[in-house]
Design a protein. Structure first.
Length: 251
């Protein structure tokens, strides 16, 4: 019997609006999260007056910390409870990419520029543990182009997972495999539920409709409410196959 995939630790790359919300959503589900972003390019005048140096963690992790703080303080926070923020560990791309070795799930949410995404994924390849699902939250860049930065084996574990803004309140997520994504990751409905929901345990999720739209096949997974108090219930999870084999309904 195939072992179920569990997501206990996640890495979120990019602490902007989407990255910080995704980190908050995962943490609210009980997942330990490392939230990483770039090191600021230079010290501000205020930093210099305070005696802060470029080696201080408060400086190096500033952008990731800013993203986390914004979610904690927001009126429509991505966190179910402020206490959930304790599951998020902030860091930066230069010092802390090694944390990804312990992650079961890694999702990139940096700026929508191919060169920047490829640079980030080249670093991911160095620390991938050989089993983690690796995803991009891109909404407009072809996965095939991003995947050129990945090793051949990692490409099999790579797909698009597009959350909508605001993550906690938009009950929709797109799962977008590409031609080389392993079928057991991209198509089988139980794996899709595990990848996206983690501990949400959508046991009653069912493939209710398969629509052929030109060159795309859209599989909608609709299920009952999540049996824990998470606002995002993923009422509609769309699995979109844009390249390669045609998606099929599976038991």
């Amino acid at each position: 019997m195939k072992e179920k995939r569990e997501i206990k630790r996640a890495g979120v790359l990019g602490a902007g609006v989407m990255g910080a919300q995704i980190a908050a959503h995962l943490a609210s589900a009980g997942i330990e999260v490392c939230l990483l972003d770039i090191v600021p390019p230079q010290l501000s005048e205020d930093d210099k007056k305070k005696g802060i140096t470029t080696q201080d963690k408060s400086f190096r992790n500033r952008f990731a910390q800013k993203g986390l703080d914004a979610q904690v303080k927001a009126k429509q926070s991505g966190f179910m409870s402020k206490a959930d923020a304790e599951r998020v560990r902030v860091g930066n791309f230069e010092d802390n990419m090694k944390w990804l070795k312990d992650c079961d799930f890694i999702i990139e949410a940096v700026v929508e520029r191919l060169d920047i995404k490829q640079k980030v994924f080249k670093e991911v390849s160095k620390y991938w543990n050989g089993n983690a699902i690796v995803a991009s939250n891109t909404s407009g860049i072809r996965l095939k182009e991003i995947a050129t930065a990945l090793s051949p084996e990692l490409q099999k574990f790579f797909l698009g997972i597009h959350f909508f803004n605001p993550v906690r309140f938009m009950h929709l997520c797109e799962v977008i495999p590409w031609a080389k994504t392993k079928k057991e990751i991209s198509i089988k409905k139980n794996d899709i539920v595990e990848i996206i929901s983690g501990p949400f345990k959508r046991e009653n999720a069912k493939v209710t409709r398969i629509d052929k739209l030109k060159e795309e096949v859209v599989v909608e997974l609709l299920g009952s409410a999540v049996p824990i108090p998470i606002t995002l219930k993923l009422d509609a999870v769309k699995v979109i196959r844009r390249e390669g084999e045609e998606a099929k309904e599976e038991d």
